[in-house]
Design a protein around this ligand. Structure first.
Ligand SMILES: [Zn+2]
Length: 65
């Protein structure tokens, strides 16, 4: 069966989502800068060290959409 990049990406996202949903988030990072794209700082976040899920946000009103 052939995989194209779209399928691989979707599978990857699904795996990450499932992992994050099942993670008890045992350790949370300090405040750090979130970049919505390289070099584009938007706001500060604290993420789970284990799964990378964003758990707390501040300065979210500055997010460029
Ligand atoms: Zn976690």
């Amino acid at each position: 069966m052939e995989n194209n990049i779209k399928e691989i990406r979707e599978r990857h996202i699904k795996e990450i989502t499932e992992f994050q949903e099942s993670c008890p988030h045992p350790e949370v990072s300090n405040w750090m800068q979130y970049h919505w794209a390289p070099g584009h700082y938007s706001h500060d976040v604290r993420t789970c060290i284990r799964c990378g899920m964003i758990l707390k946000e501040r300065g979210i009103e500055n997010v460029f959409k």
